[in-house]
Design a protein around this ligand. Structure first.
Ligand code: GLU
Length: 488
């Protein structure tokens, strides 16, 4: 088994692309096959400078490794189509010799004129095909001598696929079963553009053939391209790979998850944005695995290894699947809370260091450990600003409701009691507080609330005594003092 992920570097890796890469990867791992990455960069007009780098970085962030491809090479390389031009030219010439493709010299004005001439209510979208090619300037209508002169002169031309009408093109798709198309509906595809570069269709099938790809697994949006590919495989006498078209990813409000309706629903579309927002790679991968595939039981949490052992194409559904951001948040929370504070600290240290002064990695790990069961994202730790800096304000509503005339005095008393402690630990901090409650004959909330407010500025938060250990004696005493003057 040899499978491939063949992104075009026309933008940052899309989550749909990550799912396609993942399913290819899982199938290869399951069967001990080879997973190839091939960059389909023949469309110069849509090329985005750092897209290839982003695609490779995003795959690596997601834990999806490959066996052949850019950076690592392999025996069928190079793996960028832009440097394989000669081979596509060679195959195009072969197709022309076989009478399966032809040169066409029409200018874009001539093609527009054809469309204008033919357009009608029964034919709203006239094409360059069996019905119209005889009216055009191509090697089927011009004399051989004329064609040779034009080519020798360097006249602009393309190479088109000769699609015969009246045929049924069918194949068995591993997800969708028997699929068939009428050849009448397929136009004479351009195979080589006037810049000499191949189109997607030609380069794609040449590489899938040359790289000995056994299974083509890609999004449903490519299904309509498949008849063109089948015609090409047949024309060349090559066997087409097994096809599998993955279901569309739908927006929660219906329709394909386009950039526009994703934005409207607050759904990031590029993997880069998920990384930036602080999603755990395991969460995104686990979520995407189940967006179109099910393991046959109700297991949801799965490592890449588990997914690979359970994966099969016959459990991939045909129907579009709705993107559910809340479900993704649920996976994220699960993976965040199952990581060690040290690992999480590593991942958010840069951000915390940008926001606050003098936070050590050790301190950050301890802060995360204190907050772990409250975090949905590792980066949420940055919201607990009071763990990294003295509070700048005190929650007004709770001050009004719960700050009493004796609160400042109680804070001073407690500060004095704990200042004397030689052992800065939760037990003595708690007993000093309880002693104060008895001595003053007050309810426990009357002292706990002002202490928490003094330390955090907020009426609620993590375990009070553990937080005092984390903050340290000096900072706790300073915050108690400050609040005793500032609040009330
Ligand atoms: N280059 C195409 C893309 O950008 C690949 C489609 C295919 O897998 O054949 O998705």
């Amino acid at each position: 088994m040899r499978v491939r992920f063949a992104p075009s570097p026309t933008g940052y890796l899309h989550i749909g692309g990550l799912r396609t890469a993942l399913y290819n990867f899982l199938l290869a791992r399951k069967h001990g096959g080879v997973f190839v990455i091939r960059i389909e960069d023949t469309d110069q007009t849509r090329f985005v400078e750092d897209a290839e780098q982003d695609i490779l970085d995003s795959l690596s962030w997601a834990g999806i490794t490959y066996d052949e491809g850019p950076l690592i090479g392999g025996k069928f390389g190079p793996y960028q189509q832009s440097v394989r031009s000669e081979r596509y030219q060679e195959v195009a010439s072969q197709l022309i010799k076989l009478g399966k493709a032809y040169f066409a010299f029409d200018t874009s004005e001539e093609i527009d004129a054809l469309k204008q001439r033919k357009i009608s209510s029964s034919n709203p979208n006239p094409r360059y095909d069996f019905a119209t090619r005889a009216e055009m300037q191509n090697s089927l209508t011009l004399s051989e001598a004329d064609v040779s002169t034009r080519l020798a002169r360097g006249d602009a031309h393309v190479v088109r696929l000769l699609v015969q009408p009246g045929a049924e093109i069918s194949f068995v798709d591993a997800v969708r079963g028997h699929v068939s198309f009428e050849s009448d509906a397929v136009d004479d595809q351009i195979l080589i553009k006037s810049d000499g570069l191949p189109t997607y269709h030609l380069a794609n099938i040449v590489d899938d053939h040359d790289m000995q790809i056994s299974h083509v697994i890609r999004g449903e949006e490519w299904l309509s391209s498949t008849p063109k590919h089948i015609i090409l495989y047949d024309a060349l006498g090559w066997t087409a790979p097994q096809m599998a078209h993955l279901p569309l990813i739908l927006s929660p409000t219906g329709g394909k998850l386009s950039k526009r309706n994703a934005d409207k629903n607050g759904i990031p579309v590029s993997v880069f944005e998920y990384r930036k927002k602080g999603y755990e790679p395991e969460a995104l991968v686990n979520f995407l695995a189940l967006l179109g595939w099910n393991p046959g039981n109700d297991q949801e949490i799965m490592s890449l290894d588990e997914m690979a052992s359970l994966f099969s194409l016959d459990r991939v559904g045909q129907a579009g699947v709705q993107f559910d951001l809340q479900k993704l948040a649920w996976f994220n929370e699960h993976y965040v809370r199952s990581k060690t504070p040290e690992v999480l600290a590593e991942s958010v240290y840069v951000k915390i260091d940008e926001l606050f002064d003098d936070v050590s990695m050790d301190y950050l790990s301890r802060a995360i450990s204190l907050m772990l069961d409250r975090l949905s994202f590792a980066t949420d730790i940055a919201n607990a600003t009071y763990l990294f800096a003295d509070p700048k304000a005190y929650d007004e509503k709770s001050v009004q409701k719960r700050w009493k005339t004796n609160s400042s005095q109680l804070l001073i008393s407690y500060a004095n009691d704990i200042e004397a402690l030689s052992d800065w630990a939760t037990d003595p901090l708690e007993s000093r507080l309880k002693e104060l409650v008895e001595r003053e004959n007050i309810g426990i909330g009357e002292i706990m609330f002002p202490v928490r407010l003094a330390l955090t500025g907020l009426p609620s938060g993590p375990d009070l005594y553990q937080m005092m250990i984390l903050l340290g004696k000096e900072s706790v005493l300073r915050r108690l003092q400050t609040a005793s003057h500032a609040v009330g």
